[in-house]
Design a protein around this ligand. Structure first.
Ligand code: FAS
Ligand code: PHB
Length: 390
């Protein structure tokens, strides 16, 4: 088999890139080690920047997102028993976020790819990129007891943090930067109405909590937890009691609880690999960078990577110019690092760190006090939260 661009990974990065390339007449194949159902069962991000929504529209898959997504003009910070609303729309001159689960976004993209008859290979084994330092790259994988080879011009490594593409790059050619946070997020999904119309990010002496949603009838809640916690130790009752404890009374009393139908613990890390291009291999999305979810940036950074790489590949095939793909890594990393900074800042401001000294705790309190009394500080938070320009 031969295609112009072989895409490894059928998450948001791979699917969005594949759809944009396909719409431009550029041949692709997507190969993933997981099954389609496993990918569609994943519960991850919940909030889209306008840039991500625009890319979905550009890809021709925005209809359900606009029909079912919930536009959000702001969110609240909760601490010391009170709420402080960040009016994103006013502070940014009209930008807002769209609450639309990554699961739905992935479904829309997989359905469109199928409808267009574009090739995807699921449950592939030992997927590997080859010869990307030369002019004849290719991808191999095992399926049904046979070895398959896909020759291509370029390989898009959209295979996430644990994928094979970044690991295929020689150590001498790549630098990584990492920060591991000393806590995780315990998250649940429950068919109960959200406690608030907008998201609530809470800082409490017991730890961080986040009240989010997927619809007006489906809530997504998180609480900070220790890294050695296990799901088995967290009954629904224990989760609801702890979540209420970390929220201002008016939220705690208004909260509708119910059985969870998804419960998981995710570790938090900041991670960047530089550069994001190695010959004809491009790293995209989580394959190249990870942010703590506090700033709602993970999925949205994958989208801006796709925007830059799609523009470069389209220019290569339409204008026979390599300037766009040559500029991909630097352009993507410039936006990645600013989102890394913001996500680190939000995480540091809202979580309780074990072994924090009295001075550091007072600095965190001063950060929140400054933010809620300075219009300039609110504007900085707002412009980063809605997403910096591409
Ligand atoms: P993905 O990880 O989504 O997709 C990678 C794909 O590559 C997967 O389908 C995988 O099966 C495949 N793959 C992996 N290794 C492979 C191999 N060797 N061969 C072939 N295929 C391979 N972001 C937010 O903004 N908000 C959140 O609340 C949030 N919560 C998250 C919770 C969890 C547990 C995780 C892991 C991430 C979360 N994220 C969140 C970030 C997440 O949304 C990512 O940013 C987003 O999934 C990035 O998309 P991709 O780059 O496509 O990577
Ligand atoms: C979510 O709804 O899953 C979500 C929302 C905002 C975040 C992180 C996660 O910052």
């Amino acid at each position: 088999m031969r295609v112009q661009v072989a895409i490894i990974g059928s998450g948001p990065s791979g699917l969005l890139l594949g759809q944009l390339l396909g719409n431009a007449g550029i041949e692709t194949v997507i190969i993933d080690r997981a099954s389609r159902n496993h990918i569609l069962d994943r519960v991850r991000a919940g909030v889209l920047e306008e840039g991500t929504a625009r890319l979905m529209d550009q890809a021709g898959v925005g209809a359900r997102m606009h029909a079912e997504g919930l536009p959000h003009n702001g969110f609240s910070l909760a601490f010391d028993g009170r709420d402080h609303r960040i009016d994103l729309f006013a502070l940014t001159g009209g930008s807002r976020m769209l609450v639309y689960g990554q699961t739905e976004l992935t479904r829309d993209l997989i359905d469109k790819r199928d409808a267009d008859g574009q090739p995807s290979v699921y449950e592939a084994i030992d997927v590997a990129p080859h010869a990307f330092d030369g002019s004849r790259p290719y991808v191999t994988y095992e399926k049904n007891g046979q070895t398959h080879r896909i020759d291509c011009d370029f390989i898009a490594g959209c295979d996430g943090y644990h994928g094979t593409c970044r690991r295929a790059v020689p150590d001498s050619a790549i630098r990584t930067f990492e920060k591991i946070y000393p806590f995780g997020w315990l998250g649940i999904l429950s068919e109960v109405p959200p406690v608030s119309d907008e998201l609530v990010y809470a800082n409490h002496p017991n730890g961080f909590a986040l009240c989010s949603m997927r619809s007006h009838t489906r809530s997504r809640y998180y609480i900070q937890c220790a890294l050695d916690e296990s799901i088995e130790e967290w009954s629904d009752d224990r989760f609801w009691s702890e979540l209420r404890r970390r929220l201002p009374v008016h939220h705690a009393e208004a909260m509708v609880t119910g059985p969870s139908f998804e419960k998981s613990i995710a570790p938090l890390r900041s991670f960047v690999a530089e550069p994001m291009r190695f010959g004809s291999l491009f790293l995209v999305g989580d394959a190249a960078h990870i942010v703590p979810p506090t700033g709602a940036k993970g999925l949205n950074l994958a989208a801006s990577d796709v925007h830059y790489l799609f523009a470069g590949l389209r220019e290569y095939y339409e204008d026979r110019s390599a300037s766009g793909i040559d500029a991909y890594s630097a352009r993507a990393l410039a936006r990645v690092w600013k989102a890394e900074r913001f996500s680190w800042w939000m995480t540091t401001m809202l979580h309780r760190f074990p072994n924090t000294g009295d001075f550091d705790q007072k600095i965190q309190e001063a950060e929140l006090d400054y933010l809620t009394h300075s219009h300039a500080a609110e504007k900085v938070l707002a412009e980063n939260y809605v997403g910096l320009p591409y």
